[in-house]
Write a protein that binds this ligand. Structure first.
Ligand code: C2E
Ligand code: MG
Ligand code: MG
Length: 692
């Protein structure tokens, strides 16, 4: 059995009190008994001396009646159980025996005779009797002895009575004292301790709990120390809770808290048969804000976005920052889609309101994906995935818009996942192949090299365009393996062609921004040395998206590539940011005008202006220009007149597989030989002309 502190304390007090009281009682009774015994003896002695003093006269006068009188006097004395006057020879002369006394009664019964000396001898062994003997003498002659027996029975009885009374009194006293001490102990110690225990349990459960302090004693001090500790724990817990559940920059709930709120919303909405909407809000081009205006402005924009969105929503709605430039809104109790669309519209309007951040006017935009419970999923994972999916759809369709999730998106998502799986097997099972699209000198249409274009022959879908699978491979990271395969394959092809005596010109290989992060310069250096390719025969086509990444790393990689000696070409120029500052900061050799600008030449005045401007700028920066997607003669004519260096397009040659390209190269070999011969003849003619 487990005893509580109160029980232990009370039992200890009880035991101490009981022992103290018992000791005290024992001492008191012992002294009192000794005192009464002493009195008894003194009484016996006084009586004995009196009898022995008055008896000689009666003995000498043989006055037995008087002697009997004396002994009878004994019977009136309390506690005297016998009084016997004996002759010197031990013959009783007179005697009083109180045979009502239990000890004597028993001896008399066992002796069964009137033999007083024998009875007295027997009584000598009786512990409850005090035996006194007084000589009776006259003029120094012994006349006899007076024997007195005094019983201690009444003493014992008195002792027992006193003991009983004391026991009762002390027991009552001990119990009363113990109860009183227990009550005080409970009130002053146990109750505050219990309050401390309860409060610690609440603190343990993460609640904020303090105890009431109403004394200045040790318990009060303990309570004060506990309160200080609980306050500290609470503050630390609060801090941890905030760190774990709130975003430090915006102060909004973070992903973890958002997930928890969605989870609760699902439970509640299931119970109440209600709908709620989940909005995935993603800032458009946030990266370029960070890159062009700095991270401090980027941070301020995120804070401002959080504040604005929070301000236009109801208190019951949750706004959370999921990370980066992604926010989430949870709007409970939704009646219809119109209401949801209105919320999305309000959010788009609030975010796109121009604002001054650190003295700069910033206009942000966002794309929103919406999923509704339970229509678009009844689990947290499904809702999140669907809202995310819708957000990507919004971004892909038109930035700055909001899109509701549809089942069709799911199908697309499933297709995408299937394609991801298929891509994994594609390189190993030889479904990937390289195509080559020749690039020509624009003015003279002399073949200079080719762009390497990846082709995927899907076993079921047939030819899949790189425009469809490259973005997916970039998103999943599969582009690293695929891109490396392209690089190696292209290098191998070049060196095989060269070994067979063909002059392949340069090969322009497209490099994804994801590949660029993986120290591409080292790999290229390895490959060109392995396949013994002159560095200038390899051109790397990089899109502007690469330049948006970590500037320092990009600059370092570009200079490393420059050191290797490969040609660097900026692909799809005009479609991205087309920032002049990029062109100044990172040095390129070639600029490729995107085919969307070439398409409008020479009739579309805007395209004409733009292409002219690009060409002028390229000349200024000493860059060669390749025009992509040249499909007709007027385009080529315009480009040639404007001084575009190189041209690529269906007009000149379509992308072709390796066998076709080898054939093409063989044909060109003849052409280029004749061109060379023609050039040699012309220069000879010029020399002859000048000498004339
Ligand atoms: P890009 O680098 O701009 O490649 C040029 C694209 O324009 C190619 O499309 C080519 O077939 C197409 N094209 C060439 N001439 C004409 C023309 O006269 N008219 C029209 N309408 N189109 C023309 P393709 O092969 O479908 O490639 C699309 C994009 O896929 C490429 O654009 C490139 O960004 C990417 N890509 C292709 N291969 C690779 C690769 O190996 N690695 C990486 N990272 N990306 C690749
Ligand atoms: Mg390209
Ligand atoms: Mg291009």
């Amino acid at each position: 059995m487990r005893l509580g502190l109160g029980a232990k304390f009370t039992l200890t007090v009880l035991a101490i009190l009981a022992l103290t009281m018992a000791g005290n009682t024992f001492y008191y009774l012992h002294s009192s008994t000794r005192f009464h015994e002493q009195q008894l003896l003194e009484r016996g002695h006084a009586l004995g001396r009196l009898i022995s003093l008055v008896s000689p006269e009666a003995i000498l006068g043989f006055d037995f009646l008087l002697l009997n009188d004396y002994t009878r006097q004994m019977s009136s004395q309390r506690d005297v159980v016998y009084g016997v006057i004996m002759s010197p020879k031990g013959v009783p002369l007179s005697s009083y025996i109180d045979d009502s006394d239990p000890a004597i009664k028993q001896r008399v019964k066992s002796t069964k005779s009137d033999d007083i000396p024998k009875l007295l001898r027997d009584l000598d062994r009786e512990a409850g009797l005090v035996r006194l003997e007084f000589p009776i003498s006259h003029n120094d002659a012994i006349l006899g002895r007076f024997l007195v027996g005094i019983s201690k029975q009444s003493l014992h009885d008195e002792f027992r009575r006193q003991l009983t009374i004391q026991m009762v009194v002390w027991t009552i006293l001990v119990l009363f004292l113990s109860a009183a001490i227990h009550v005080v102990f409970r009130l002053k110690v146990l109750t505050p301790i219990q309050a401390l225990i309860d409060a610690s349990q609440r603190v343990g459960r993460g609640e904020h709990s303090l105890v009431k302090i109403d004394s200045a004693d040790e318990i009060g001090l303990l309570g004060q120390a506990f309160n200080a500790m609980a306050e500290e724990v609470w503050q630390k817990q609060e801090k941890l809770y905030r760190q774990a559940n709130f975003d430090t920059l915006t102060g909004l709930p973070n992903r973890m808290m958002a997930l928890d709120r969605i989870h609760q919303a699902i439970q509640r909405s299931k119970r109440n048969r209600q709908r709620f909407a989940l909005f995935f809000v993603d800032l458009d081009d946030f990266k370029s804000v960070n890159d062009s205006l700095g991270h401090a402005v980027g941070d301020q924009l995120l804070v401002a976005t959080g504040t604005r969105v929070r301000a236009i929503l109801r208190d019951a709605d949750t706004v959370a920052r999921l990370g980066g430039d992604e926010f989430l809104i949870l709007a409970p109790d939704i009646d219809n889609e119109v209401q949801v669309a209105e919320i999305a519209e309000r959010v788009i309007r609030a975010i796109s309101e121009p604002q001054m951040l650190r003295g700069l006017k910033v206009m942000a935009r966002c794309s929103i994906g919406i999923a509704i419970f339970p229509d678009n999923g009844d689990s947290l994972e499904k809702l999140m995935a669907n809202a995310d999916n819708a957000m990507y759809q919004a971004k892909a369709t038109r930035e700055g818009s909001a899109i509701f999730f549809t089942e069709e998106m799911n199908t697309r998502l499933r297709d995408r996942m299937q394609m991801e799986q298929d891509l994994n097997a594609a390189t190993e099972s030889g479904q990937m192949a390289l195509f080559f699209q020749p690039i020509f000198d624009a003015a003279r249409q002399v073949h200079r090299g080719a762009e390497v274009l990846l082709r995927w022959n899907h076993p079921e879908k047939g030819a899949v365009s790189p425009a469809d699978f490259i973005p997916l491979a970039e998103a999943t990271g599969q582009i690293i393996g695929i891109g490396d395969w392209v690089l190696e394959q292209a290098c191998r092809n070049w060196s095989t062609w060269r070994a067979s005596g063909i002059e392949p010109g340069f090969l322009a290989i497209n490099i994804s921004r994801i590949q660029f992060r993986k120290r591409i310069s080292q790999r290229i250096a390895e490959l060109i040395s392995l396949y013994d390719i002159p560095a200038h025969a390899i051109e790397l086509e990089i899109t502007e998206s690469v330049l948006l990444d970590d500037h320092r790393h990009v600059a370092d990689e570009l200079s490393a590539l420059r050191a290797v000696g490969v040609t660097l070409s900026l692909d799809d120029f005009g479609t991205g940011y087309s920032s002049l500052s990029y062109l100044k900061r990172f040095r390129f050799d070639v600029l490729k005008i995107d085919r969307s600008f070439v398409a409008g030449l020479p009739s579309n005045s805007e395209d004409v202006l733009l292409v002219k401007a690009i060409l002028a700028m390229a000349r200024g920066l000493d860059l060669k220009v390749v025009a992509e997607g040249v499909e007709n003669q007027p385009q080529l004519g315009f480009l040639t007149v404007q001084g575009c260096d190189l041209a690529q397009g269906y007009l000149l040659a379509r992308p072709m597989d390796e066998a076709a390209y080898v054939k093409f190269l063989h044909g060109r070999q003849v052409d280029s030989d004749s061109v060379l011969r023609l050039a040699a003849v012309r220069s000879r003619q010029r020399r002859i002309g000048s000498s004339n």
